[in-house]
Ligand binder design. Structure first.
Ligand code: SF4
Ligand code: SF4
Length: 373
């Protein structure tokens, strides 16, 4: 059976045709508010964007959703968990500061920010999932304890999963630091000494002291490496690559199992919005934003996270490609642009693994009906 996915396109035909008013209509028409009872705590799963990133989803959109949650009687809070790597979001104090800098305050977004896994990323609840890879997932406390959740995700590429949408936002973003590490384990990257300038940027970025500069070249220490992949994004000289000897699909399957665990205690108490705007080749964890891959497409919403991600990828793949970004690099296969934008920028990554495994776990279906608002 097909799942319903609601869609409103980006743009405006006239001055009264605001995407924010269409987002309100989508909230009402889709039944998103039906999950909320008077007084419910509602987690709004967000991503505030790393310092230097400008393509994250604006708090203006969150405000619209949060005002709607309040109209339904809910008590919303905005939440995300701390990162594995050194950046501006690896503890709750830094995370609050970057959230405020990017406009996520109670005054602008309309709800308080609560970092889901606490000051140092150690607050979690174990959730039994008995998956192919993960038996008990370590879910960030505030996500676990919130009876209802609205998941707000940004669709874009990702250096380790090819594509990142709802499943990525939930699977990685609802896990505490140890949970993130569990998903990344086995993903120790390759260092290419010929390309390394010895600049040391990767050493600064690694939170696990897993990189040393020896003889003016960066060297990885696999026994310390958590496999978070952040040094790959940090290196401006393409001297660090994912290790394709390890099946990158396994990490996506672990991520899907974490996503399933994060909503296991909520039954039909979760609704999902995906924003298909600012579609960059890399994720919002990157400390910069490349040119977009496609023109802005719109906002989609569903009770089914798998159908939602599938519909978003299909719309992106149908759109015309924008060049002048990382896709222009010789190694990338522009010839694939018309049918798979994420394979175009991450050619060795089958992003579909996460959707397929989430479907096998019973989270939803890749079959959907698109309903335009
Ligand atoms: S960031 Fe890249 S070039 Fe710089 S030291 Fe690390 S691997 Fe070498
Ligand atoms: S060396 Fe390992 S732990 Fe350090 S940033 Fe790279 S992938 Fe992450």
């Amino acid at each position: 059976m097909k799942s319903e996915v609601y869609f409103t396109p980006f743009g405006a035909k006239h001055f009264d045709d605001s995407i924010l008013s269409r987002l309100e209509k989508m909230f009402d028409r889709s039944g998103a508010g039906s999950i909320i009872k008077e007084g419910d705590l509602v987690a709004v799963k967000a991503h505030f964007g790393e310092h230097g990133n400008v393509s994250f989803i604006s708090p203006v959109y969150y405000r619209t959703i949060i005002d709607r949650i309040k109209m339904c009687g809910g008590n919303p809070f905005i939440t995300d968990s701390n990162t594995l790597y050194v950046g501006e979001r690896n503890n709750a104090v830094k995370h609050h500061n970057i959230a405020a800098k990017h406009g996520f305050t109670i005054e602008t977004a309309g709800a308080p920010v609560i970092i889901a896994d606490g000051l140092m990323g150690t607050d979690f609840v174990e959730v039994e999932i008995n998956g192919k890879h993960i038996k008990k997932a370590k879910i960030a406390s505030a996500v676990y304890w919130a009876p209802k959740m609205i998941v707000v995700s940004h669709c874009k590429g990702h250096m380790l999963t090819g594509f990142g949408g709802t499943l990525k936002n939930l699977g990685m973003g609802a896990a505490c630091r140890a949970g993130k590490q569990e998903q990344h384990s086995g993903q120790v990257p390759k260092f290419i000494s010929d390309k390394c300038t010895g600049c040391g940027e990767c050493v600064e970025w690694c939170n696990f002291n897993a990189i040393e500069i020896k003889g003016n070249k960066a060297v990885n220490m696999p026994d310390k490496c958590a496999g978070c992949g952040e040094c790959i994004a940090a290196c401006r000289f393409d001297a660090i690559e994912s290790n394709w000897d390890v099946d990158a699909g396994i990490m996506q399957e672990k991520m899907a199992e974490y996503a399933a665990a994060s909503v296991k205690n909520k039954k039909r108490g979760v609704f999902y919005f995906n924003f298909v705007i600012n579609v960059t080749p890399e994720c919002d964890c990157a400390p910069s934003s490349d040119k977009y891959l496609v023109p802005d497409i719109g906002i989609l919403g569903s009770f089914d996270p798998v159908a939602l991600d599938a519909a978003c990828v299909d719309l992106i793949n149908k759109a015309s490609v924008i060049t002048g970004n990382v896709s222009d690099k010789e190694s990338y296969e522009l010839k694939h642009a018309e049918h798979d934008k994420f394979r175009m920028v991450h050619p060795k990554m089958d992003w579909n693994s996460q959707l397929k495994h989430a479907e096998e776990l019973g989270m939803g279906t890749r079959e959907y009906e698109l309903i335009e608002i």
